[in-house]
Design a binder for this molecule. Structure first.
Ligand code: GCO
Length: 262
């Protein structure tokens, strides 16, 4: 189990005040990492998340900043590194989605999704990787999606961002692996979170579709992502690079089946 021990490591998880980010951060904390919690909505949400982690026996510190604003990112990373310590693990999780048919989508909305879901991981990684290079070690985990591989009606901007994030992950690995930095991705399937709440309501056609389309025949529980996060943040993945680890109940393994088949 030493391979998966994160004791003494500092993990910054963007968007970790709720949902998948919180679940992955909790996994890293339970494995021994000190958590740097990030959000941009309200200081109260960050404080509540820090208290949540502390109740779990996890050391956590909160920083509110907008991952899409390079000046805020530079300032925050400087403060984190001087107040908490060097960032050993960066999880680029913060993201948004806008569900609109492409032909109806405003350009500004398209750009906002690209900005937060694709440009922000670049901004964060560009400024965190300098310290990792100096220390000759580090772990970067980009949170991709089923939409890194597949399209779906109304999520074109998100798919473009997440498809790009998959390739950005591979290019980060190409350029930075020689510094003993491992850059990988996690591709969550369909999970029960606030982001998917609108398409998960009882009786919503998409709810039944996903259960039928997923070989595991259920929506994922955010805690199912903790193991993948711990693996990619630990020494257990020191020779894994540029890999997107899909945690999807088997969705990408299958073409699916007619609704009348079990
Ligand atoms: C959607 C969902 C998905 C999931 C996840 C799948 O509207 O299709 O929100 O985008 O959130 O990204 O991997």
């Amino acid at each position: 189990m030493e391979l998966f021990n994160l004791k003494g490591k500092i993990a910054l998880v963007t968007g970790s005040t709720h949902g998948l980010g919180m679940a992955m951060a909790k996994g890293l904390g339970k494995a021994g990492a000190t958590l740097v919690v990030n959000g941009n909505s309200s200081q109260q949400k960050i404080d509540d998340a820090v208290k949540h982690f502390e109740r779990e026996g996890i050391k956590a510190v909160g920083y509110r900043f907008n991952v899409a604003d390079e000046a805020q990112v530079i300032e925050a990373i400087g403060k984190i590194q001087s107040e908490v310590g060097p960032i050993d693990i960066l999880v680029n999780n913060a993201g948004i989605i806008k569900r609109t048919p492409l032909e109806e989508m405003e350009v500004a909305d398209f750009k906002e999704v690209i900005d937060i879901d694709l440009v922000s991981p670049f901004i964060m990684s560009k400024h965190v990787v300098k310290g990792m290079m100096a220390r000759k070690q580090g772990k970067i985990i980009n949170i991709c999606s089923m939409m890194s591989e597949l399209g779906r009606n109304t999520v074109g901007a998100y798919a473009a961002a997440k498809g790009g994030l998959k390739m950005l992950t591979q290019n980060m690995a190409t350029e930075w692996a020689k510094h003993n930095i491992q850059i990988n991705g996690i591709g969550p399937g369909y999970f029960a979170t606030s982001q998917t709440a609108p398409i998960r309501v009882e009786g919503h056609p998409f709810n039944e579709f996903i259960v039928n389309r997923t070989p595991a025949a259920k929506w994922g529980d955010p805690n199912d992502l903790a193991g993948a996060a711990i693996f990619l943040a630990s020494r257990a993945s020191d020779f894994v690079n540029g890999h997107i680890l899909y945690v999807d109940g088997g969705i990408l393994a299958t073409i699916g089946k007619p609704s009348n088949e079990t």
